[in-house]
Design a protein around this ligand. Structure first.
Ligand SMILES: [Zn+2]
Length: 289
């Protein structure tokens, strides 16, 4: 690889600054696509509910900024950064990233086209970023009054959504697998408005849930899901953990993962927390997460 890390950092900063000029808030990323600055609270035993109030860097997307001076400071603090992340869900674009994967062996682009036919929307002309693995990120712009959550494979296999609290690897970023670049002719487009019928698919289910439980999971599965749904704030995680352990022990774990995640989201846990809890349950009961 001809590009040294130092050149890669300089290039990433230049790309990040030009993204910021377009109103996109950015953070430096490492070669692994993770935020380059580690949490200043990483040695604290309990999770700290700090989103940067402590005044230090290292709070992931909460560090994101459009201010060139601050961006230079962030990169100066992370001279190993070779890329940058663009925070989703922030004004003025309220960016929504549609991440079409090719690694899963499914054709996510075809899946999106099929969704578009079924739900009667057209995929607008917008910024498209090519990932080193051959995937594509479509940039869409959401309405200000709607919070689009992150999701993985909820729309269709291979389609991940980057919404509030998520970020997209920006074009010009270099990672272990190669460079992210815009599809020719799309770099200078503004992120197009997300079609309303696509937006509806991206929003979480209504608060009064009827989580679909696969028939294979039977009444026992439904009971476990109900048990999670009925959790009060202080018991959400323990109930989810308990239910997931029972599901794995009873052989319906894999079938119940998505209904349990859905139920946990309804109790107010984040998707990440829910999946982490279910994975620990899987590990504890001798299954793969
Ligand atoms: Zn902090």
């Amino acid at each position: 690889m001809a590009t040294t890390d130092r050149q890669a950092t300089t290039l990433a900063l230049a790309h990040a600054l030009s993204a910021a000029e377009r109103g996109l808030a950015v953070i430096p990323l490492s070669r692994t696509k993770l935020p380059a600055l580690r949490s200043p609270h990483r040695d604290t035993p309990d999770p700290v509910p700090c989103h940067g109030e402590c005044g230090r860097y290292g709070h992931g997307v909460y560090d994101a900024s459009t201010d060139p001076d601050r961006i230079r400071e962030l990169f100066a603090a992370a001279p190993w950064a070779t890329g940058y992340g663009i925070a989703c869900g922030l004004p003025p674009h309220y960016l929504i990233g549609v991440d079409l994967d090719t690694k899963t062996g499914t054709d996510a682009s075809a899946a999106l086209r099929e969704l578009a036919l079924r739900h009667l929307f057209t995929i607008p002309d917008t910024v498209v970023v090519l990932t080193p693995s051959g995937g594509r990120h479509l940039w869409l712009s959401g309405p200000p009054d709607v919070v689009v959550p992150n999701s993985a494979g909820r729309l269709a296999p291979g389609i991940d959504i980057r919404g509030a609290g998520g970020y997209l690897v920006g074009p010009g970023s270099r990672t272990d697998h190669g460079v992210y670049s815009t599809v020719p002719g799309t770099a200078h487009l503004a992120p197009a408005a997300c079609p309303p019928s696509l937006l509806r698919l991206l929003l979480p289910p209504p608060r009064v849930p009827q989580s679909p439980v696969p028939p294979a999971a039977g009444d026992h599965g439904k009971g476990l899901v109900q048990f999670v749904l009925a959790a009060h704030e202080g018991q959400r995680n323990t109930r989810l953990f308990w239910a997931a352990c029972r599901a794995y022990e009873d052989g319906i774990g894999p079938a119940l993962v998505e209904p349990l995640v859905e139920a946990a989201l309804n109790t107010g846990l984040t998707e990440r927390e829910a999946r982490a809890t279910i994975s620990s349950a899987a590990r504890l009961t001798g299954h793969r997460g």
